[in-house]
Design a protein around this ligand. Structure first.
Ligand code: ZN
Length: 390
């Protein structure tokens, strides 16, 4: 099957979308622009659903997800395409500039190619399919909000909102990758360390320092190889202390300290093991530090799963479809597993098998971010093939 993309329109789409405002929590302007482009491409107003999942999002969000349901012309399972709308703060005020084969930021900002190149590729796919009247199954588009701040839009999306699609192609990421068929899971944790406060000079022996408890626990974990990159025989992942907040004044033994951090792993079993080891290390440190009356401190741990790891099998229909379409669009038929979280983690967890591929963006979240135009056009073709392959 030959797919021809109108390259001029495709490049215009990405230039327009890069210029639109839409940081996390403030995706309104970019959502509106996407809606206008889809209407101009031939989408009917009743296919477009704004603010989907808004009630399930925190009040900080000005808009919810933009969901579009395009009726099919052939009888086949519904396919979904997703791309997050939000950009990170470094992209504020970005002005895109075409420079040879690249689009770069004009000033000292990020570009926002993460993830506007992807949004533009999905928009271009819809324009191509509708204007050329290519036979298609029913299609769902999910333009999610708040990906960068914790996959919020994807978490607020329910498969029924999108007509229960059979599979999803998520466009995101930076650098030239294969189709992402696996990513790790993450847990955010908080340890509340309780000691005993006394005057630090008059009666230091009577105190129990929460700072020392935490320090002993963290040092022991590091020494045993359970902090930073964890590479044990049956356990792999990473662990990090992110913040420490405690104490009030210098002449008082610190009685309370809040420690927060994260654990990540591709394996749920490893994640469980890492969390147990960390809890035990803090409890042991609290038990072992005693004051002159034999009293010790205590630790309360709370942990919440940020997102779960996933691993798609090579024979999953979504993977097979991707591997079939990629070479037709000029890309390698390649898959890979990454060390980051994506909307795909959440969609897979919700039962929609989801593969992720890039739309030509490079150096996301940095001042030297750029979109590679040939790679972006390839993504437009690939999305169109994925939507329409019989
Ligand atoms: Zn992204």
């Amino acid at each position: 099957m030959k797919i021809k993309i109108d390259q001029k329109t495709a490049v215009q789409n990405v230039m327009d979308l890069l210029a639109a405002e839409g940081p996390s929590f403030g995706e309104g302007p970019v959502a509106e622009l996407v809606k206008q482009k889809l209407l101009a491409a031939g989408c009917r107003p009743e296919w477009i659903h704004e603010n989907v999942g808004k009630k399930r999002l925190t009040k900080k969000f000005t808009v919810g997800n933009l969901v579009v349901k395009i009726p099919g012309t052939v009888d086949a399972p519904r396919l979904m395409f997703s791309a997050h709308l939000d950009t990170v703060p470094i992209c504020r005020g970005a002005v895109p500039l075409k420079k040879g084969n690249r689009i770069v930021p004009k000033g000292k900002t990020g570009l926002g190619g993460d993830n506007r190149a992807s949004v533009a590729a999905v928009v271009t796919m819809v324009q191509t399919v509708l204007q050329k009247n290519i036979p298609r199954p029913p299609l769902t588009l999910l333009f999610s909000v708040g990906e960068e701040t914790g996959l919020h839009g994807a978490k607020a999306f329910e498969p029924a909102d999108g007509g229960n699609p059979s599979m999803c192609f998520n466009l995101d990421g930076s650098g030239e990758r294969g189709g992402v068929i696996g990513a790790l899971g993450a847990i955010r944790w908080e340890a509340s360390v309780q000691g005993k406060s006394v005057h630090a000079a008059v009666n230091p022996e009577g105190g129990i320092s929460s700072a020392i408890i935490a320090a002993n626990a963290i040092a022991a974990l590091k020494k045993e190889g359970w902090s930073g990159r964890i590479n044990k025989r049956n356990c792999n992942g990473t662990a990090n202390v992110g913040t420490l907040h405690g104490g009030e004044v210098d002449n008082q033994v610190m009685d309370s300290l809040r420690v927060t951090g994260e654990w990540r792993s591709h394996s749920p079993v490893s994640l469980k093991k890492i969390s147990n080891i960390w809890k035990k290390a803090f409890e042991k440190a609290a038990r072992e530090l005693k004051n002159d009356r034999g009293e010790c401190g205590s630790v309360t741990f709370s942990a919440a799963s940020d997102y779960h790891s996933f691993r798609l099998k090579k024979n999953e229909p979504v993977v097979k479809r991707f591997l079939k379409a990629a070479p037709l669009a000029g890309r390698e038929a390649r898959t890979e597993i990454i060390n980051a979280g994506l909307d795909a983690n959440v969609l897979n967890e919700k039962g929609i098998p989801t593969i992720t591929f890039d739309a030509g963006n490079h150096h996301a979240h940095a001042l030297n971010e750029y979109v590679d135009i040939p790679r972006y056009l390839e993504a437009c073709r690939l999305a169109t093939l994925l939507a329409t392959l019989p």
